[in-house]
Design a protein around this ligand. Structure first.
Ligand code: URP
Ligand code: ZN
Ligand code: ZN
Length: 457
């Protein structure tokens, strides 16, 4: 239905202004002040902020973790996304050893297609690099996949330094961008073995196996490789001051480095690993939660505009029955936290609400920057004439408390239990359709695949 949003404050990274938005079909057709209704449904939005739909650059839905899958699949995960104001998610397809990229992509399409409540695209994780895979890169572009992930950790996923060098060059040649999971996998294996041998089997051992040096060394190595390859690179889920300082030094020398971080590294810290019993398994993810000095450093970097995107790394496992698989051995606790639903309210409340960042910066890291970095701008990530009408009507005064009991995510806990929030979405439009209203996903299942590319509108 055609709609006129009347009397809101339109937020963009470049500035905010009073205005109305006219939507025809799936697109924004007019933006201005005092627009007159032309037969559309008028929605008054006085006192509300209007954001371009948020983009979560980092989810793992329906991820196969061996004998079980993540708690959220594409149906439940994208429903939770929409409930939080996220209108596009980018999930990670993963190439199994021996598989082609096309096979991997086909597998993820089968998991997602027809089930999503927000729009979705895929990054491709390359785990088995060879000449045949190199030849598939143009096929990935044709299929709308222009971003990749490489792992420097996890035995079944990681690629060697030489492979990183080659893949960086090959993907750059194809016009794509690579995100890298930066942790020194061999040292993690070694440290984990030593901890287990000493009888340190509980979840509190997890961060000891992955100290800050593990990330900083990997970031330094990656940036050295990228400099030699002559390519830009994106560091995903950056978590520490040490790693950030490596990035800063590289940038000071003119290197093009993008940084993603996640709400958990801004809002939680490593005291969670002191919780009694097995409770801290809820916070086992990689990289792990860090120290207050790391948290402080990330906020400063975000305020300085030195963090490009905030993704969630949503990878949800139930505490009961799934995290519990590691009761006797912390290395068997499935890694990951839920967060796709709460990223906007958390970053708004604890970032904008506390004055650490402006609402315009919030809009940049949650909407515009991800759209630009991942080839969706200005179709996504913008409130502009011609853009998809993905619009979040945000009530900056609305208060709530995060709780597993009321969340949409299909997981039996939230790491943010009991946290108060101020500011939340009250209506969410996906390509012109009002899909979420006042606490309810009213039109689920509308999500479409986003074929990404450099074509723009
Ligand atoms: O613990 C995490 N982050 N699990 C998801 C996989 C990854 O490394 O991004
Ligand atoms: Zn990762
Ligand atoms: Zn991840």
């Amino acid at each position: 239905m055609d709609t006129l949003l009347q009397g809101g404050t339109i937020v963009t990274p470049q500035g905010s202004f009073a205005g109305d938005i006219r939507v025809r079909g799936e697109r924004i057709t007019e933006i201005g002040e005092g627009l007159i209704a032309q037969g559309e449904k008028v929605i008054p939005v006085e006192g509300k902020l209007l954001f371009p739909g948020f983009i979560d650059t980092h989810t793992h839905f329906d991820l196969d973790a061996g004998s079980f899958h993540t708690a959220d699949d594409f149906a439940t995960g994208t429903r939770a996304a929409i409930a939080g104001g996220t209108t596009v998610i980018l999930d990670f397809t993963t190439q199994e050893k021996g598989e082609t990229l096309m096979e991997a992509l086909g597998n993820w399409h089968r998991l997602a297609d027809g089930k999503c409540s927000c729009d979705y695209g895929f990054h491709m994780s390359i785990t088995d690099w060879n000449e045949a895979v190199r030849k598939e890169l143009p096929l990935m572009t044709r299929e709308g996949v222009t971003s990749y992930k490489l792992y420097m950790a996890y035995d079944n996923l990681k690629v060697s330094d030489g492979e990183i060098f080659e893949i960086l060059q090959a993907v750059e040649h194809e016009g794509g961008i690579i995100g890298v999971h930066c942790e020194n996998g061999e040292l993690i294996t070694e440290l984990s073995g030593q901890l287990l041998a000493r009888g340190e089997t509980g979840p509190e051992a997890h961060p000891k196996a992955r100290p800050a040096e593990i990330e900083a060394e990997a970031v330094y190595r990656l940036l050295t490789i990228a400099r030699m390859a002559g390519t830009p690179v994106n560091i995903v889920h950056l978590s520490t001051r040490r790693a950030y300082e490596v990035v800063r030094a590289a940038r000071a020398e003119g290197q093009r480095v993008y940084v993603e971080s996640c709400p958990q590294y801004f809002l939680l810290e490593d005291s969670k690993y002191e919780l009694a019993g097995f409770e801290s398994a809820k916070y086992v993810l990689s990289p792990p939660l860090r120290k207050q000095e790391d948290v402080d450093c990330l906020w400063k970097a975000l305020a300085a505009g030195e963090i490009d995107t905030i993704g969630t790394d949503h990878c949800s496992f139930h505490f009961h029955g799934q995290k519990e698989r590691g009761l006797k051995d912390f290395t068997k606790i499935p890694n990951g936290l839920p967060g796709v639903e709460h990223r906007p309210v958390l970053m708004y409340t604890y970032g904008v609400g506390t004055g650490k960042i402006t609402k315009e910066q919030f809009c940049g890291v949650l909407s515009e920057n991800p759209a630009k970095l991942f080839d969706m701008y200005p179709r996504k990530g913008a409130l502009m004439v011609g853009s998809d009408a993905d619009i979040v009507v945000w009530d900056p005064e609305a208060k709530d408390v995060i709780s597993a009991g009321t969340q949409v995510q299909n997981v039996d806990y939230t790491p943010y239990e009991g946290m108060k929030i101020k500011g939340k979405p009250v209506q969410v439009f996906l390509r012109g359709t009002l899909v979420y209203r006042e606490g309810q996903v009213v039109v689920p299942g509308q999500g479409r695949y986003v074929h990404r590319g450099r074509s723009g509108l």
